[in-house]
Design a protein around this ligand. Structure first.
Ligand code: ATP
Ligand code: MG
Length: 355
């Protein structure tokens, strides 16, 4: 069956199960939004959470790397690990998208193309040549053939853009996220990177509609854990018009992820508090708020960052970091000619498998 334009006709978006889950998910997300707004150092959190999202979303595409490699790439010291680099680019794509929609106040096709270009490091843009098909990775059989013709793809994108930016329809924004993700993936406008671009689009949509103020809610970890279900439900919609299970799946993801993100924020906040106490007790002479915050800004730091953040000389910055290492608050590692200092406690929190 041909892909329908939005809004879909003949789809009941208000079944009892959907409405029940919608209430639960909306509440969880509102709680996350409220909690996030009480946090003084949000940038630390956004940084941390987007690293995790970039890692998980890339893992769905089998781009697997470690936190440690990601941080090394982030130091820009010429460290080469291809997958980690991809993850770092993905994080940049999230930031670029976020800045763009803050500026524009809407999401359009150009923004989507820009995001995909960063993820894929090319400017191939929208598919021009036919042949793209979604295949079962094991059997190789074709599961779905998205629109092939460039004009047709553009028409679908235009329709999607209208749907995204239409605030007059009476469809709840969380339900719209579910529909937008399904539609975007079904249009599959690019040769590659559609999954990752689509998952960034989800968070941008939530931010645009003020369901959350900062880009901190990401479904990729949830999706990665239930990948088979994610793929199966795409087909369920296509074959059986079963939007209900698809919507319930995404809504459940919003609930679960909101709760997990609240927990993660709490843990980071506690860690900053404990770390601060320890820092003040052990090294009262060098303690400052700027220094503390720069140790949490990214999960690693280096001399140049401290020089800048604290307005001190290279020698002083180096002495700070060495003292912090001596007292067990940082761990250094040499990469090439550069020394980086890792905040191991923050790294452990972020890579916590339980979270
Ligand atoms: N049956 C389907 N119908 C529509 N979209 C699908 C279907 N199965 C999977 N998808 C989407 O296609 C994406 C994969 O497409 P593509 O390889 O272009 O994206 P990617 O970002 O490179 O990969 P990944 O999403 O695996 O990270 C999946 O993540 C999913 O969102
Ligand atoms: Mg791919």
């Amino acid at each position: 069956m041909k892909l329908e334009m939005l809004p879909y006709k003949n789809v009941d978006l208000k079944t009892k199960r959907i409405l029940e889950q919608l209430t639960i998910s909306s509440r969880a997300l509102a709680e996350l939004k409220g909690y996030a707004n009480t946090i003084p150092n949000m940038h630390i959190l956004i940084n941390a959470v987007t690293i995790n999202e970039a890692k998980d979303s890339s893992a769905i595409e089998n781009i697997v790397t470690t936190h440690d490699d990601i941080y090394k790439v982030l130091t820009e010291s010429g460290y080469k690990e291809q997958n980690a680099k991809e993850v770092v680019d993905y994080r940049n794509a999230i930031w670029t998208g976020f800045e763009q929609i803050k500026k524009d106040g809407f999401i359009n096709t150009n923004t989507i193309i820009k995001i995909q270009g960063i993820i894929e490091h090319n400017n191939a843009g929208i598919r021009k040549l036919p042949g793209t098909e979604l295949k079962n990775s094991i059997t190789g059989e074709t599961i779905y053939t998205p629109p092939q013709n460039e004009q047709e793809i553009r028409a679908y994108l235009e329709n999607l853009e209208d749907f995204i930016n239409d605030n007059q329809d009476d469809i709840d924004s969380l339900i719209k996220v579910c529909l937008i993700h399904y539609q975007f993936e079904s249009i599959h406008p690019f040769y590659d990177g559609n999954g990752r671009t689509g998952r960034i689009l989800n968070i941008l949509y939530l931010v645009l509609n003020k369901l959350i103020d900062s880009p901190i809610l990401y479904l990729s970890k949830y999706i990665n854990k239930s990948k088979q279900e994610y793929y199966r439900l795409f087909s369920e919609v296509r074959i059986n018009n079963n939007f209900e299970d698809w919507i319930l799946y995404i809504l459940k993801g919003i609930e679960v992820t909101s709760i997990e993100t609240i927990k993660l924020i709490e843990n980071i906040q506690n860690e900053i508090k404990n770390y601060k106490e320890e820092f003040k007790t052990k090294l009262p002479k060098i303690y400052s708020k700027e220094l503390l915050e720069s140790l949490f800004y990214e999960v690693y730091t280096k001399i140049a960052y401290i020089e800048k953040a604290c307005g001190v000389t290279r020698l002083t910055a180096s002495s700070y970091l060495n003292q912090l290492e001596e007292f067990g608050l940082l761990e250094s590692e040499k990469i090439g000619r550069e020394k980086i200092y890792k905040n191991i406690r923050l790294i452990n929190l972020l890579s916590d498998k339980k979270l």
